[in-house]
Ligand binder design. Structure first.
Ligand code: AMP
Length: 464
């Protein structure tokens, strides 16, 4: 029901499944819990989905068996609840004799309401995913109107964040909610069209980046070419600023801006707001990498590699079990003694969420010989949960929701702690008015129903 994900689709390529596999591989950072691909050969749809990383779920033989020129794929990311096979996407169902597949990135804040309504009318749900609501709604509305209109009418009923890919026998469709919370881009590879969460997937395939799917736009790609439909009149944009801070890959262009550039600006601004008396700037690899370069350039405190990362393990946060999370920090990061010995360090990371990882990292640095650790964060304190697709913990688990900066500093054991201000953050993007900053400010761009908040709370506090 609640996830941040990577989605990829391709229209008209003889190697559709293979390219989708590569696209998902480039988007692996957006979801490591499960992966799936659905292909169309023009007559029917076929799927392969499984738990784990893309390279674990697929092999040569499986990809060869997925025949067809159209495909969509999905990487799922979830830190709450157990990894469940029932929730693996793309969702594939069949109605009125035709298959339809969906890949969804985002969170619908009215999913519960829509689900109850549909259930009371006799629709039977098989998963806990928001995405299933879309399918049932589409089926219901298709009874009284044409397919195109039914899909538009379905999208108009959804509230919240969605970047969505749909696949039928003959068509690939991309849609983005009117607020544009989550990214979605379109590219071209010779005659084939590609849809992807981020441009890094297009780069890998040597495809040309055409543009973003606009907020509130539905793009249908079929044998007639590309056709754009408007889901709703333009709404105030609420693009997720956390994509720039942490989530997206630095080599991507997201919301029309190069992520790397935004991140470097964040680091520079952070150095202006929170200078430090130090000998060396280091980062938490890889999340704080680019911002730390910005910090070093601005402060002229040399940059060095104080920590090495074992790349064969995913993001620490991704593992939902606390025990494994504890171990993972050690498995993942090792201090470089020669670099740290006797030095006053500026440690840069993109954010503090629970404050558990960074506490361990600071301890590791001290054990590795650092004399002082000045911790700098390239975003403001996260005080509020996200209901629009980034999987943050419940509010009481967010360390900054109940503690001052000084209390956090003490709790994590840093010599000093400085967070980037909200104004500073907004000064680093070209159109600050187009972003959602609710996790920092509590100003949600859409009113979240109390029932939805309650469900989020229950789901996350009953983790495995
Ligand atoms: P902690 O010190 O335990 O609060 O963990 C902070 C680390 O989690 C930082 O290095 C961030 O890069 C990372 N992080 C922040 N937000 C998320 C998120 N939504 N999902 C996964 N990791 C995150």
């Amino acid at each position: 029901m609640h996830e941040e994900c990577g989605i990829f689709g391709i229209y008209d390529h003889p190697q559709a499944a293979k390219l989708t596999y590569l696209g998902l591989f480039a988007l692996q950072h957006r979801g490591q819990e499960s992966a799936g691909i659905v292909v169309s050969d023009g007559f029917s749809l076929a799927a392969h989905r499984g738990l784990g990383l893309v390279e674990k779920v697929f092999n040569e033989e499986i990809l060869r068996s997925l025949r067809g020129k159209l495909a969509i794929g999905h990487n799922r990311y979830s830190t709450s609840g157990s990894a469940s096979a029932a929730n693996v996407q793309p969702l594939l169902i069949s109605f009125f004799g035709e298959g339809i597949a969906l890949s969804h990135n985002g969170t619908l804040i009215n999913a519960r309401e829509l689900r109850e309504d549909l259930e009371s009318q006799g629709f039977i749900f098989q998963s806990t995913m928001d995405t299933e609501v879309i399918v049932h709604l589409l089926r219901k509305l298709s009874q009284t109107q044409g397919k195109r209109q039914a899909l538009l009418a379905t999208l108009r009923r959804l509230k919240g964040a969605y970047s969505l890919l749909l696949l039928t026998n003959h068509e690939a469709i991309g849609a983005r909610d009117p607020h544009g919370f989550r990214p979605l881009v379109i590219g071209k590879l010779k005659e084939s069209y590609l849809l992807a969460s981020e441009t890094c997937a297009l780069d890998l395939l040597g495809a040309k980046y055409l543009r973003e799917v606009k907020a509130g736009e539905m793009l249908a790609i079929n044998e007639k070419g590309l056709k754009s439909f408007r889901i709703a009149p333009p709404a105030k944009l609420a693009q997720c600023i956390f994509e720039h801070i942490y989530f997206a890959r630095p080599d991507s262009i997201v919301f029309g801006e190069a992520v790397h550039q935004v991140r470097e600006r964040l680091g520079k601004r952070l150095a202006q707001e929170h200078p430090a008396e130090a000998d060396l700037t280091i980062c938490v690899p890889d999340s704080g990498m680019v911002a730390s370069l910005g910090y070093a350039r601005q402060s002229r405190i040399p940059w060095g590699m104080g920590l090495t990362r074992n790349h064969y393990i995913g993001r620490t946060f991704i593992q939902p079990v606390q025990f494994a999370r504890d171990m993972e920090v050690k498995i993942k990061l090792n201090p470089i003694r020669d670099v740290l010995q006797g030095k006053r360090i500026v440690l840069v990371d993109d954010s503090i969420v629970r404050g558990t990882t960074c506490k361990k990292i600071i301890r590791i640095l001290r054990e590795g010989g650092a004399k002082k650790v000045h911790f700098r964060i390239s975003s403001p304190p996260i005080r509020y949960p996200c209901f629009f697709g980034i999987d943050t913990p419940v509010q009481k688990e967010l360390i900054a929701s109940s503690r001052s900066v000084e209390e956090i500093r003490r709790s994590i054991g840093a010599n000093s702690l400085g967070y980037l201000s909200l104004e500073g953050l907004l000064s680093c993007v070209t159109r600050p008015q187009d972003y959602c900053t609710a996790c920092f400010s509590g100003n949600y761009p859409l009113k979240v129903p109390p029932q939805t908040k309650y469900i989020f709370e229950v789901k996350k506090t009953t983790k495995v």
